[in-house]
Write a protein that binds this ligand. Structure first.
Ligand code: S3P
Length: 449
């Protein structure tokens, strides 16, 4: 058991400087997984060295790949080729990482092996049925706890069959799990998505030499791969994570006189909804020069404080492109002038925590007026930072932890969070980076709620 790390954040001066955000988590997971499935060597630079991605690396090693961390920040993956994964000798502990678990279940589903997956207290509550159901149709077998929860066992098969599957929820993890199983299944596997979700699997599979067919379908977009696919080892330069960049970006939007530059951020249009939304709220945000690198648009982003933000209605169709950013957007909304309405948020309830509840509980404790129902959140801002002064429960959720620490940089009274340890899963140098820009975040004495 790891000890809780209480943290406190205090009213800060302007945030300034140029800073490098760690590598994108989604692309980092996939670079290790695809590298392991490839033939030959994959060289990864800019890999996010957070706990979630390290859990993926450990799992790929347990499945037979050789992964070497060269001390100069370069990771080398010696792939073993699709179909050649070996049965892990021990339980795969995925820690806090839903992406690792769901994508790996897809990979294991079309390999002749048995594997057992488990995770931390947050991950074992999260639903796996959404991948178990389509993967069962392809031929895999599962034994799980009630409700499709971890720990679970999967029995994969080398005789998996391609399926056509329309996603019942907008989920890149489910889409990716099915496509990855399809790489070693018989025939064609097609996933139809009604709402566009992040397309890093599609982009990166192409980068590794796989034919990914994307066509218009009556219900949306049909993405297909054929079985017997071959991935070829290649170079991957992981861009900065737009989800991690959103924390200093929102901080610069709410702390007066801030001006920061985030280097080389991935601004894939299926990921950058938070930046579009902040701009609509009146933020001064510039994409300096967008360039395409391995299929991903990348740019430096400059954010300058531009006075109080204004409340808006966030378009519901934009939700998948900023699904992880609602906790930090809610902090911006709490400081904005007017009402911010966020709808279509049911998926937030099954992330690392019930994020809707954690956001609402925390903001209410800070003196913010809001309304919440099953899948929406309305925040009433008055153009001034909230009182703060609360102890925030974070429920093993890195993004809840970082969001409230950002709010503490402007709230009247310091904000304390019960546990900052999960920040290591996605943004290991968060506190250092924020403080180097002028933030005031530090370790706190444990305090009773
Ligand atoms: C991810 C997809 C999203 C996102 C998660 C990473 C991915 O999850 O919330 O942080 O890398 O595919 P869902 O597919 O469950 O929406």
């Amino acid at each position: 058991m790891t000890l809780a790390t209480p943290l406190i954040s205090r009213k800060s001066g302007p945030l300034t400087g140029t800073t490098k955000i760690p590598g994108d988590k989604s692309i980092s997971h996939r670079s290790l997984m695809f590298g392991a499935l490839a033939e030959g060597e994959t060289m990864i630079s800019g890999l996010l060295e957070g706990e979630d991605v390290m859990n993926t690396a450990a799992a790929m090693r347990a499945l037979g790949a050789r992964i070497i961390d060269d001390s100069d920040g370069l990771w080398r993956v010696q792939g073993i080729g699709i179909g050649n994964l070996k049965e892990p000798t021990d339980i795969l502990d995925m820690g806090n990482s839903g992406t690792s678990t769901r994508l790996l279940l897809g990979i294991c589903a079309s390999h002749e092996l048995n594997a057992i997956f488990t995770g931390d207290k947050s991950l074992i509550k999260r639903p796996m049925k959404r991948v178990m159901e389509p993967l069962t149709r392809m031929g895999a077998q599962f034994l799980s706890r009630d409700g499709g929860r971890l720990p679970l066992a999967i029995k994969g098969t080398a005789a998996a069959k391609g399926i056509e599957y329309t996603l019942p929820v907008a989920s890149a993890q489910v889409k990716s799990a099915i496509l990855l199983a399809g790489l070693n299944a018989q025939g064609t596997t097609t996933v139809i998505e009604r709402h566009a979700t992040r397309d890093h699997s599609e982009n990166m599979l192409r980068h590794f030499g796989v034919d990914v067919d994307i066509a218009k379908a009556p219900e949306g977009e049909a993405i297909s791969v054929r079985g017997g696919a071959k991935l070829l080892g290649c170079a991957v330069d992981v861009p900065g994570d737009p989800s991690s960049g959103a924390f200093p970006a929102v901080a610069a939007c709410i702390v007066p006189d801030s001006a920061i530059r985030l280097q080389r951020i991935c601004v894939n249009p299926r990921r950058d909804g938070i930046y579009k939304t902040l701009k609509e709220m009146g933020a001064d945000i510039t994409y300096v020069k967008v360039e395409t690198d391995a299929g991903e648009p990348v740019t430096d982003i400059v954010i300058r404080y531009n006075g109080a933000l204004k409340g808006i209605d966030v378009p519901p169709e934009r939700v998948p492109s900023m699904i992880d950013e609602f906790p930090v957007l809610a902090m911006a909304a709490a400081c904005a002038n007017g009402v911010t309405r966020m709808t279509n948020l049911a998926e937030l309830r099954i992330k690392e925590s019930d994020r809707l509840k954690m956001i609402a509980d925390g903001l209410i404790a800070c003196g913010v007026k809001l309304e919440m129902d099953e899948d929406s959140l309305t925040v009433y801002g008055n153009g001034k930072p909230p009182r703060g002064g609360a102890l925030i429960e974070t429920a093993l959720d890195h993004r809840i932890a970082m969001s409230f620490l950002v709010l503490g940089l402007v709230s009247d009274e310091p904000l304390q969070i019960d546990d900052g340890a999960p920040i290591r899963t996605s943004f290991p140098n968060f506190i250092k980076l924020m403080n180097e820009c002028g933030g005031m975040i530090e370790a706190a004495e444990p305090k009773a709620a």
